[in-house]
Design a protein. Structure first.
Length: 130
């Protein structure tokens, strides 16, 4: 399993930024900040993801996709997976472009392309890692 965490601000910090006179807001954020206390950022949520040769992005917010894909590639490579498939969906192609841009820039990626029709077609991208 792999745990991806996303940084954010807790509710109290956001309320203070919105208005200096905002009432105190109860926070559901963790009780301690990250190592960089001056940043004002807290770990607000995370995702537990099994590391297999298929990674489906459908259940993740688009803002998290770039970091998720980078961290997935790190974990997959570390686990010894050399052929992976990233399912990004068909849509208008934004996630597909994001995934492929990241793959182009990763030195461990030998090649990538559309998955076969039975494995998602242009709604998924396969990648071969070194």
């Amino acid at each position: 399993m792999w745990w991806f965490k996303r940084k954010g601000k807790n509710a109290e910090q956001e309320a203070r930024e919105d208005s200096r006179e905002a009432p105190r807001v109860e926070s559901s954020a963790p009780p301690s900040p990250t190592d960089d206390e001056d940043s004002g950022e807290w770990w607000t949520e995370g995702y537990e993801v099994p590391i297999t040769d298929v990674f489906d992005l459908h259940s993740f917010p688009p803002r998290d996709v770039p970091n998720l894909v980078r961290e997935y590639l790190d974990a997959a490579y570390e686990k010894g997976l050399r052929k992976v498939r990233i399912i990004h969906g068909r849509g208008v192609g934004v996630q597909r472009r994001t995934v492929r841009t990241l793959l182009e820039r990763d030195p461990r990626v030998r090649s990538f392309g559309d998955a076969p029709a039975e494995a998602g077609g242009w709604g998924a991208t396969w990648a071969e890692l070194e």
